[in-house]
Design a protein around this ligand. Structure first.
Ligand code: ASP
Length: 308
């Protein structure tokens, strides 16, 4: 039988076991497991990797433990501006949105951009206008409000500081992502985030940028990143992993290690990524204390982990 695989992440950062209660840890692991199951079920039934990553992303976007959609961080104006992207490896079609609000599933909106327009990337009010045109559902501000994230923003709102949601110990972390290989041999990747607390109005991170935070190519791999977005943009991280495989012939593991443990680290970039290749190999790589992550294939690998 053709191999199939899926991996998801809920953000990387200073995630220490010493700072985590058993109850909290269980909450994160259950949330990861549920999201993994949603995508795995699609693959198991012969569905596409694109549908699998979208299903997993919808679960993660619904969960306030993660910094994407429900539970997204506040920007410098005290508002939510969300970014998301999705890409498939067969034809290298991609869709992305940035600076959107009142959208329950930004990844699904990115998919609509991919499937219903000739464009790849729509931003701000243009993306919102597109959503309205296709009858995409809007949801009230209240849905996105999270007391903890609001307090987090209040602490730094009058400063020039902006912060990664996941560098604070013992707190709620992260951007979410998913990558998958289906039984048809096709790869897909997606990433969704609220960005960084107190980020400037209009700031765009790596998550919606094809090649930086998300990439998929059937010739190589599918990648979804998390970490300090500015470094991932400058390092063109997701595409760099693919390039090392395509041009240098590196294995998925070697390519991910080179990018995350060397190139990114040398730039002082912290974070991690999840990746799957056309053979169904899965790599979960990060240079931080932890990364919320989970993966499963049809040959018995099944993992849900948080720490190093
Ligand atoms: N990469 C995201 C950003 O910079 C943040 C994260 O991964 O949590 O917007």
């Amino acid at each position: 039988m053709q191999r199939f695989s899926i991996a998801i992440h809920g953000g990387a950062g200073t995630i220490l076991q010493s700072e985590m209660s058993a109850e909290k840890e269980k909450g994160y692991k259950d949330a990861l497991q549920d999201a993994l199951n949603a995508g795995y079920k699609v693959l198991e039934n012969g569905g596409t990797s694109l549908d699998a990553v979208e299903q997993s992303m919808m679960q993660l976007e619904n969960c306030p433990l993660f910094n994407a959609a429900k539970g997204a961080v506040f920007n410098a104006l005290g508002k939510h501006e969300m970014d998301a992207s999705i890409m498939e490896g067969k034809n290298r079609m991609a869709g992305a949105v940035s600076g959107v609000h009142n959208i329950q599933h930004p990844t699904s909106l990115a998919r609509q951009v991919m499937e219903q327009t000739e464009h790849v990337f729509l931003i701000g009010e243009g993306a919102m206008d597109f959503a309205a045109t296709i009858g995409f559902p809007f949801i009230d501000d209240d849905y996105f409000y999270d007391e903890f994230r609001y307090q987090q923003w209040l602490k730094i709102k009058d400063s020039e500081k902006f912060q990664l949601d996941h560098t604070i110990v013992d707190k709620k972390f992260g951007t979410v992502g998913a990558v998958a290989l289906d039984i048809h041999g096709n790869l897909a990747a997606a990433t969704s985030t609220g960005g960084m607390t107190n980020k400037k109005f209009g700031r765009v991170g790596d998550s919606p940028i094809i090649g930086a935070g998300t990439y998929a190519n059937n010739a190589t791999c599918a990648v979804s990143c998390t970490g300090s977005g500015e470094y991932f943009i400058r390092g063109v991280v997701a595409y760099d992993v693919s390039c090392l495989m395509e041009y240098k012939g590196l294995s998925l593991q070697a390519a991910c290690d080179e990018v995350v443990q060397h190139r990114l680290k040398n730039m002082d970039g912290d974070g991690g990524l999840i990746a799957v290749d056309t053979q169904g190999n899965i790599v979960l790589s990060f240079n931080t204390e932890g990364m919320y992550r989970a993966c499963r294939n049809n040959e018995g690998r099944h993992e849900v982990s948080i720490y190093k």
